[in-house]
Design a protein around this ligand. Sequence first.
Ligand code: URA
Length: 277
Amino acid sequence: MPRGPRREGWLHRNPRRLQPGFTRPPRRPGKTHHGLARVLSKLGVASRSEAADMIAAGRVLVNGRTARDPEQPTDQSVDLIEVDGRAATGAKPVYLAMHKPAGVLTTAHDPEGRPTVYTLLPDDLNSWVFPVGRLDGPTSGLLLFTNDSRVGDALTDPESGVPKVYEVKVKPQMSAEALAALEQGVELDEGFVTRPARVHVLSSNPGSTWFELTIREGKNRQVRRMALAVGHEVTKLRRTRVGPVELGDLKSGTCRPLTAAEIRALKVLARGPGGRR
Ligand code: URA
């Protein structure tokens, strides 16, 4: 599994950690520590389950001692974590847009061996990245990846209100009443009522309707369940925008790095209204 490069900057900021006799300062109040496997995945070393395997294989040292427990409480700002003898101090942030094809799963490992989004990531990434939210197997379109857990977690927070735009094809033709119901909010099966959405019809004929749907939440299979709530089956679903990032003409099955302007805009969104988060 690729690892981030050795970060000299971190060593310069924390030179005492490398000296004999260094004792770890007391933990700060508040929860600054997490399980070691989770910390390794947040540092971009590997997925949580791969990190657990690395720990089990004795490849991870915390403050000079071989770690055995993936849940060992670890504070990345205090503890010295080494993987295969190199300090794990956080890789360079990575932000990618992928055009996920239909039929590819948003998971790291599929027990049945079906293709996953990880097989489509560039080979030269030097960090573990995770998808920002997920798309169902049959859904295509824009999927973001990052190793910046602050931005990723904030964007998937149900309260973030980040707009996501989908092109939806349903059968049969959808009535104006049903489209209006999608805009106003529909009740999904467990009693959850969707927030107001935006609907823009692209084309309609007796057999089907194509429309653009903008939602600001991300319940599991939300678009398909919204359509079902008004009696329609989704036959095609494609995500074309997440916040400031557009799918554009990115070729199916490929990735591109986000632009500096897109990254800045995502960070502003991640801070929340008035910089709350
Ligand atoms: N809504 C769905 O139903 N599926 C997706 O993949 C994304 C949103």
